[in-house]
Write a protein that binds this ligand. Sequence first.
Ligand code: SF4
Length: 290
Amino acid sequence: MLDYEGRVFRPPSEAYSLIVQVTIGCSHNKCTFCDMYKEKKFRVRPLSEVKRDFDDARRMYRRVERIFLADGDALMCQSAHMAEILRYIKELFPECERVTSYGSPASILVKKQEELDLLHELGLQMIYLGVESGSDEVLRRVNKGETAEEIIHAGMMVKKAGMKLSVTCIAGLGSTELSEEHAVKTAAALSRMKPDYIGLLTLLFELETPLMRDWREGRFYLMNPVEIAQETLTLLEHIDAEGSVFRANHASNYVNLAGTLNRDREAMCQKLRQALAGKVQFKDERYRAR
Ligand code: SF4
């Protein structure tokens, strides 16, 4: 086992990947709904430490096909630093088929297009980007740190570099007050980015966050399953992202949806309409998780 610092998060699709921390924590760490890296102070790990982890992994595993670079904002390290890591991976794990990482919008926007192009050339194949919402007002309220336009631009830079783009959005993030705007503008943002993968999560509180405190103290309303289904239906009705794989089959979702846009959009809308008509059961709160 590698020695990880604090809790390590990874996308569900990286369940069987070798995970190595390139950075610790998240450089932004201020989104009001996020509890992932609150106990960590952001820093870039020295190359020698990262290389030592890879050396240990090489001794432990005969075959490593997938590598996920953690933590929340691995791409925030300088391009030369990341390039060196990617070269080391190529040398040490010639069998590796896929290297991926989280990339916050800021960590992408701070780079030139040529730098992203180079990182892709060196083996970085996919970036997981937290879009959360296409509404500037929702993004402002949850303190995401960027506007929708900036996030869309970051996503498009990733795609232009030739990398795959996997994004997540969060149903319920604007509460009922901004639900319609959140759905319509998120659909518009996704339609422009046309990510390879879209993951729609549903807002859920587990550990203490500023937004959870607002909810507990009556300043934020947490939408119920019917309201979430309506919002998701609005989002799907407005989306035009040909070829994007759409998934809302995460533990946090009340109704599981999965399909390829735009082909399966109507079938997913139909399932939501059935849920709203009481013909499909919502997931019980006890089985939801983040
Ligand atoms: S950028 Fe991502 S990891 Fe960082 S605080 Fe926001 S949601 Fe959490």
